[in-house]
Design a protein around this ligand. Structure first.
Ligand SMILES: Nc1ncnc2c1ncn2[C@@H]1O[C@H](COP(=O)(O)OP(=O)(O)O)[C@@H](O)[C@H]1O
Ligand SMILES: [Mg+2]
Length: 226
């Protein structure tokens, strides 16, 4: 997957004096599979960077190309289609639906409950070691188990990019490294972009992007250029 960000700015609360510049003139090229980490202190703009790349936040100015398609010029429904067909999301909070079982939650992205889709969901749950919880409800699971369900759900549509915003922040160290291992197993054809303030979970990352005050401070390792 190829990303190109050209002079991206994101300003919150423009109506207030000056506003808050969450991203300032960010230019970045990514052409990779595997895990790319976005690191930086709290408030530095990590989530803003992730959400603009995922088409969840519209930059105030600048351009973002995703496999040569300008997502900054797409309308809401075009973006929604792109997200549904090509992106998977894992957040700090799992955002599972409480009144649905584990299996039903994993089926949500496809919006289709058939023998075929159930088979795929069960396969993913099995890969993540939680198939025996398929008929339980989220509140009956541990934090680590719930995050595995969220990962299964993110993988359901064979995404080309998985976006993770602090996906391990609510987990103990053991579950956190398990979750990262599971994600890295799925990186053969997939770009996995992980935002975190905890560099220790990014041992397997190909590249690390350091953000500070809304700017790219430095890029470490291969395959990311500025
Ligand atoms: N919805 C919002 N409204 C106003 N300011 C925001 C909003 N979201 C983030 N910010 C501000 O933008 C900056 C970057 O935030 P964020 O991208 O969430 O940083 P990080 O994920 O690194 O903690 C911070 O100064 C934050 O307070
Ligand atoms: Mg954040």
């Amino acid at each position: 997957m190829k990303y190109q960000l050209n002079n991206v700015n994101l300003v919150y609360e423009m109506d207030k004096e000056g506003g808050t510049a969450a991203l300032s003139d960010v230019s970045l090229g990514i052409n990779a599979k595997g895990i790319i980490g976005i690191l930086g202190p709290s408030g530095s703009g990590k989530s803003s960077l992730l959400y603009t790349m995922a088409g969840l936040k519209h930059p105030t100015s600048g351009q973002i190309l995703c496999n040569d398609r300008d997502i900054t010029s797409m309308g809401a429904s075009q973006l929604a289609t792109l997200r549904r067909e090509e992106f998977g999301f894992v957040f700090q909070q799992h955002f599972l639906i409480n009144y649905m079982t584990v299996l039903e939650n994993v089926l949500v992205p496809l919006n289709k409950n058939t023998i075929e889709t159930r088979k795929k969901a069960k396969y993913l749950l099995k890969r993540l070691g939680i198939e025996h919880h398929a008929n339980k409800y989220p509140h009956q699971l541990s934090g680590g188990q719930r995050q595995r369900v969220a990962i299964s759900r993110a993988l359901m549509n064979n995404p080309k990019v998985i976006f993770g915003d602090e996906p391990t922040a609510a987990l103990d160290k053991g579950s956190a490294s398990e979750v990262m291992e599971l994600l890295s197993e799925y990186t053969k054809d997939t770009l996995v972009i992980i935002v975190t303030h905890d560099a220790s979970i990014l041992e397997n990352a190909k590249s690390l992007i350091y953000v500070r005050d809304g700017r790219i401070e430095k890029v470490a390792k291969q395959e990311v250029t500025r």
